[in-house]
Design a protein around this ligand. Structure first.
Ligand code: SF4
Ligand code: SF4
Ligand code: SF4
Length: 319
């Protein structure tokens, strides 16, 4: 009997999600035993035409990591959607844009100006920008077109499931793959797999009390008490706004949750939820003091929307 076909793809992302698949360690052998891996550019050398030649819906499961930033990302998302029965937004970049989505704070023009003209190591006195098509004596060279903003995978094609995390934790990746290998029924389309239905706070072993905050700290500014909630200590921890599933990895070792499992189930806009959470713990009625306390949060957008700006209600800088 032929094995189900598995594809993995890497769009606008760092590649960490591909490594996370290998982090399931020896279980990767079970993946190999139970799936025919038909497309995985990180570890094999297929061409576009190989995917184009596949019959529609012939890939049983496609784990797509990365957001959609270039014309190539979009084309591959559309192609893999056409060829796959089940398309999964795998990891935070595909789910909500993640770190590459923070580039949505800037326009394409300002990003190009910075990268191709202003960076200290760039020599570009003619101010040349990459062009999608360049004529050379031999013909035309094409490179993917950089689009105005990054969007999550679900903004360009229908997505069947999401596995959140930056990257998804290996035990969660294996839980999903094992479920499929064992032939168990999948939950309704649109479900989030490999994660919980609560918040990171619900997985956190730290003790919470009533919070009264006079100043917020970044992790390097304070040595946290080992058992008390980090937010109670004034350290900005995104646990209240973040979906459970990682097992509270960071908070267990004294590092605040940065929010990589994405928006919590009941609060689809992670940044808005986090701002609400912080505003409720500020210990002051005086507008000037409140402003001072709020200003102690360094890089608010990068803190509240680090993983989810592109997928949030704002989506990008609206100025
Ligand atoms: S989700 Fe995180 S680990 Fe995965 S590709 Fe994006 S930035 Fe890298
Ligand atoms: S805010 Fe952070 S440290 Fe506090 S309970 Fe939630 S996850 Fe734990
Ligand atoms: S604690 Fe937060 S940042 Fe750390 S792995 Fe879990 S969800 Fe991600």
């Amino acid at each position: 009997m032929s094995k189900p076909k598995l594809a993995l793809y890497w769009a606008a992302s760092c590649g960490g999600c591909e490594i996370a698949v290998l982090d399931i360690e020896e279980k990767i052998l079970e993946v190999d035993a139970n799936f025919e891996i038909v497309f995985w550019p990180c570890v094999m050398d297929p061409k576009y035409k190989d995917v184009q030649a596949m019959p529609d819906k012939s890939i049983d499961l496609c784990l797509f990591n990365g957001g959609i930033r270039t014309s190539e990302n979009k084309k591959m998302a559309e192609l893999l959607r056409e060829k796959s029965q089940v398309l999964v937004a795998f990891g935070s970049c595909a789910h909500e844009g993640c770190i590459p989505g923070l580039a949505n704070l800037y326009s394409k023009d300002s990003l190009f100006k910075r990268v191709y003209k202003e960076t200290p190591t760039t020599e570009n006195s003619d101010g040349v920008y990459p062009q999608p098509v360049t004529k050379v004596p031999e013909g035309e060279l094409e490179i993917p077109e950089f689009q105005e903003k990054l969007v999550p995978l679900s903004a360009v094609v229908p997505v069947d499931y999401t596995i959140p995390g930056c990257p998804p934790q290996p035990h969660q990746i294996w839980a999903v793959l094992e479920h499929i290998i064992q032939g168990k029924a999948l939950p309704p389309q649109g479900s989030v797999l490999g994660a919980g239905l609560k918040t990171c706070c619900d997985e956190c072993p730290r003790t919470r009390e009533e919070k009264k905050i006079k100043r917020f700290y970044r992790p390097h500014e304070i040595i946290p008490n080992e058992t008390q909630c980090l937010l109670d200590q004034g350290i900005v921890c995104c646990g209240p706004a973040t979906r459970s599933g990682c097992g509270g990895l960071c908070v267990k070792v004294g590092i605040p949750c940065r929010g990589c499992y994405g928006a919590a189930p009941e609060s689809p806009d992670q940044g808005a939820k986090m701002m609400a959470a912080l505003s409720s713990v500020i210990d002051s009625q005086d507008p000037d003091e409140i402003e001072q306390i709020v200003n102690s949060v360094a890089d608010p957008v990068g803190t509240f929307y680090r993983f989810s700006l592109a997928g949030s209600m704002l989506g990008r800088n609206r100025k």
